[in-house]
Design a protein around this ligand. Structure first.
Ligand code: ARG
Length: 497
């Protein structure tokens, strides 16, 4: 370190101070710093730095007398960050600069060797990938918990009838189990998307340098393995420019929130006096500051509203990348707040949704009552006529006429006297009349994936297996080798996997 370097670094306060004579304008510093938000990457950057330093040591780029204090210093910082005794603060320009500065304060001169064969461009990319993977797992687990709540409720309600709706008009009898499982399957697909995003984020960019690689004899596959990342970048320019895994994660979050918003909207509808299929337990409802009688489904409304944020985050990220030339550009620093927000919102919403779902007091009598007066089994009448040889289009017409007749007489379809029904539907018989109750209709819907209780019981088995698959996925994710070596104090051992 020349005297001049140290002087200028002190003067500009920057790790890149050498070529600058005057320090950064404070307003520009405040505008460009990412420390206020990227500080949550600290633990992930420290792990990335540990892996990098360990690899440099193994490759002989760092001698033991430098590697030992660096690994030790980074480990100490990681311990202190995780215990809360070391808080990220200062006027550093980002968390990466903060780590290097604090490491320097702790271990002195050797810290100046850590950044060998590394750039903040590959450094920030690997830290963000590790962060995103961790946060995806938290969302994934929270989604499994909500899925479990729906599954348990479904298992209790394979015989609970209610109208299924199209156009928000009563359509055909279904069961509450079938309805809840429809939400379950959306969430299962969300978890599959999270798993795919997790895999996508599993490519290590560490070792790309600023953009073109490095002359030092590094081993990017080794740092990837140490970090538990299954793949290594094939192209150093791509490595520092790629944020597709961020977009894909944000998309998984946004669609998941859209699904939650659909569930939430049903909670709002169902708990309205107009529908009344459910009431909210006190612990999941809120009141009005003015109207003493109110009990509002605020958690559900907020779930509905939170989806807007995640759609905004996804839109921001896509817009950020659109037209961005290769490779790293500071625009990319804007990726963080958007993806942090999407993942935070996703996890918090899932946890709230699970509590909300558990706080629904379902009124099965109200659901049952809603099967009346809407001629929900008119399709069964048409289908029964088809079985008796009538072409479907004709049967549809005849059943429609029967609906008109029942409506005029103020009767349910199954209450029409057979001779009157026959005026509209000449092929109708006693058996067909008997098939027009909501229960009979439900039991007849035995096609695969249909609403019949027998089908739904099979579906429940599939759902349990799918949930188990998801639970296995999250249980299989193990701490990375570098993390284990850190925890076991073996960072300088001959062999650490
Ligand atoms: N704070 C930066 C970010 O979040 C880190 C990378 C900075 N690289 C650079 N060449 N300025 O993207």
């Amino acid at each position: 370190v020349s005297v001049r370097d140290e002087k200028n670094e002190a003067k500009t306060g920057k790790m890149w101070g050498g070529r600058f004579a005057v320090s950064l304008d404070p307003a520009i510093h405040r505008f460009t710093t990412s420390l206020p938000f990227d500080q949550r990457l600290a633990r992930y950057d420290l792990l990335g730095s540990l892996a990098h330093a360990r690899m440099l040591f193994e490759r002989g780029v760092l001698a033991r007398d430098a590697a030992a204090p660096i690994l030790d210093g980074l480990a100490g910082m990681l311990r202190d960050v995780e215990s809360g005794s070391l808080a990220v603060s200062g006027d550093d320009e980002d968390v990466h600069s903060w780590i290097e500065r604090v490491l320097g304060e702790r271990i002195g001169e050797p810290a100046r060797r850590l950044h060998t064969a590394r750039s903040r461009n590959d450094q920030t990319a690997v830290a963000l990938r590790l962060y995103v993977r961790d946060a995806i797992l938290r969302c994934h687990r929270a989604a499994s918990s909500l899925a479990q709540v729906w599954l348990e409720q479904a298992a209790e309600h394979t015989e609970t009838l209610l109208p299924g709706y199209t156009h928000l008009q009563r359509a055909q009898p279904v069961t509450l189990a079938h309805h809840l499982l429809a939400h379950f399957w959306s969430l299962r697909a969300d978890n599959e998307r999270l798993e795919a995003a997790y895999a996508r984020a599993g490519t290590s960019p560490l070792g790309a340098g600023a953009l073109a690689g490095t002359p030092h004899p590094i081993d990017p596959a080794r740092t990837a393995a140490l970090l538990g990342l299954p793949r290594v970048f094939p192209n150093s320019m791509w490595a520092v420019a790629d944020r597709d895994y961020v977009v894909e994660t944000a998309f998984a979050c946004a669609l998941l929130l859209v699904h939650l918003s659909r569930f939430a909207e049903e909670v709002v509808l169902w708990t309205s006096a107009e529908v009344g299929f459910a009431k909210l337990a006190d612990r999941v409802a809120k009141g009005s500051s003015l109207m003493p009688q109110k009990k509002n489904p605020e958690p559900a409304e907020l779930l509905r509203g939170k989806s807007a944020r995640t759609i905004g985050d996804l839109t921001a990220l896509l817009t950020l990348l659109k037209g961005l030339p290769l490779t790293y550009n500071s625009d990319l620093q804007e990726d963080k707040e958007a993806i942090f927000d999407a993942l935070d919102t996703c996890e918090a919403s899932l946890r709230a949704a699970a509590v909300l779902a558990g706080g629904l007091e379902l009124d099965v009598a109200k659901m049952r009552a809603a099967l009346h007066g809407g001629f929900l089994t008119a399709t069964d009448l048409a289908d029964g006529l088809v079985v008796r040889g009538v072409p479907f289009r004709t049967a549809h017409e005849q059943a429609g006429a029967a609906v008109q007749m029942a409506e005029r007489r103020g009767l349910e379809l199954w209450e029409l006297p057979l001779d009157e029904l026959r005026v509209a539907c000449p092929r109708a018989d006693e058996d067909l009349l008997g098939a027009l109750s909501p229960e009979a209709s439900l039991r007849s819907r035995r096609s695969p994936g249909g609403a019949a209780p027998a089908q739904v019981r099979e579906q429940l088995e599939l759902a349990r297996a799918a949930l188990d698959k998801g639970l296995r996925f999250s249980a299989e994710q193990r701490p990375s080798p570098i993390r284990l070596a850190f925890e076991q104090g073996r960072l300088l051992d001959e062999e650490i996997v």
